[in-house]
Write a protein that binds this ligand. Sequence first.
Ligand SMILES: [Zn+2]
Length: 111
Amino acid sequence: MAKWQCEVCGYIFDGNEAPDNCPKCGAPKEKFQKLDDDAAALVERSRFSNNLHMELLTLLERAKEISAKGIEDALDPACVKIFEAMTTFAVDIQQRIKAELKTHMTKNKWG
Ligand SMILES: [Zn+2]
């Protein structure tokens, strides 16, 4: 399926032709450019990986919430150590994911 990108806001629309108006910013149909086959394939390929990254971000947020409860519970120092390590790990991976997604956005691996 063809992909059309709004020149105003970057929204990518999947369809045989551009929409009458951009669903995000309202720009008219004339503001959409059809992506060439390579660009469209890169967007399609990247959607899967980007969705995995976003799913991990969500899971790590949950891991941080669970760890906070464990730290508060503080059954014993070994438990707290594990929960603190999980928090540090989750924050680190979340920041790496955000940096990676930023590079995807600037290299047309997004949309
Ligand atoms: Zn737009």
